[in-house]
Ligand binder design. Structure first.
Ligand SMILES: C[S@@+](CC[C@H](N)C(=O)[O-])C[C@H]1O[C@@H](n2cnc3c(N)ncnc32)[C@H](O)[C@@H]1O
Length: 302
């Protein structure tokens, strides 16, 4: 726990756009190490941190113990309407998607193909592990997961080999991938198991489902003037955010069946980031994990 260090991505950019201040309530749906929460709380907002990982929660509670305007709860941001029911609607919500560095780096969490550990990959303490998912799903579902979430060109042979070997350790799973992909087709810049591990992690944690649910809840989550900021690292996630925001901004609210639109197609939200905000070169130089980050922000305007 003492060693829970995660370098916060797009800190200034996200915090500035959320306009924290005294009297505002902001939900940080991915509390992690508490980097964003600390900056929001330091600027006077009441911050409620949510994370599904109990280890992250205790680390962030310790880091932010000096802020009476900060509190934390365990939960899934996809269930934020229930988890934070007592404080809604709020002035802001932030999610900084994916895993934290400590989750990736601790072998026992089972996310790393470079360190041996149980093939777990759960961010929280409930649900199926990656080893259980491989054992329980059929081959065609594993192919879908690897293709869709990992964009893995060798999804079929890898899924077949995973079902045959049923790995229970991370290094064993990495060996399975190495066997399934012809040596000459191994990617040059990333480990051959990178895409498989990412895809399994996203399936184990139902990451896209949580994001969909959060995006759907934005209209009831935010006050008028409230803002939502999402930092995505995966193109599938960023696309979902972009499309959902576009829908909120330009959604037609006419009752179904009207022959022509009578509401002018105006939604209740305005886009504050026409193009996604990316980290500066300086940030990427000090934190290579930031390189694929995209920040998008919307405001509820009516
Ligand atoms: C990238 S880290 C957040 C880092 C944080 N912004 C900081 O500055 O320290 C992502 C965190 O979100 C959590 N998380 C991911 N998906 C979640 C979900 N659906 N519900 C709740 N927490 C989630 C992970 O457990 C992890 O701690």
């Amino acid at each position: 726990m003492a060693d829970f260090s995660h370098q916060t991505v797009l800190l200034q950019e996200a915090v500035d756009l959320l306009q924290p201040g005294a009297g505002k309530v902001i939900i940080d749906g991915t509390l992690g190490g508490g980097g964003h929460s600390e900056a929001l709380a330091a600027r006077g907002a009441t911050v409620i941190g949510v994370d599904r990982d109990p280890v992250a929660l205790s680390a962030a509670r310790a880091r932010l113990a000096g802020y009476p305007n900060f509190s934390a709860r365990q939960g899934n941001f996809g269930d934020v309407l229930e988890v934070c029911e007592d404080v809604l609607p709020v002035d802001g919500v932030l999610v900084d998607l994916g895993v934290s560095s400590p989750q990736l780096d601790v072998a026992e969490r089972g996310f790393s193909f470079q360190k041996d550990g149980p093939l777990d990959m759960r961010m929280g303490d409930t649900g199926r592990t990656a080893a259980e998912l491989i054992a329980e799903e059929d081959e065609s579902e594993l192919v879908r997961v690897l293709r869709e979430y990992g964009e893995e060109p060798f999804a079929r042979p890898i899924a077949r080999e995973l079902k045959r070997a049923l790995p229970t350790r991370t290094l064993e799973a990495a060996e399975v991938v190495k066997r399934a992909v012809p040596r000459k087709a191994w990617p040059s810049k990333i480990h051959v198991a990178t895409r498989t591990f990412q895809a399994l992690r996203m399936a184990v944690n139902r990451e896209l489902e949580s994001l969909d649910s959060l995006l759907e809840s934005l209209p009831s989550l935010l006050k008028v003037g409230g803002r939502a900021a999402v930092i995505a690292f995966h193109s599938l996630e960023d696309r979902k955010v972009k499309e959902a925001f576009r829908g909120l901004v330009g959604a037609c609210r006419c009752p179904p069946g009207l022959p022509v639109c009578a509401c002018g197609g105006q939604g209740d939200f305005a886009l504050l980031t026409r193009k996604a905000i990316a980290p500066s070169d300086e940030e990427i130089a000090t934190n290579p994990r930031a390189r694929s980050a995209h920040l998008r922000v919307v405001e509820k305007v009516r």
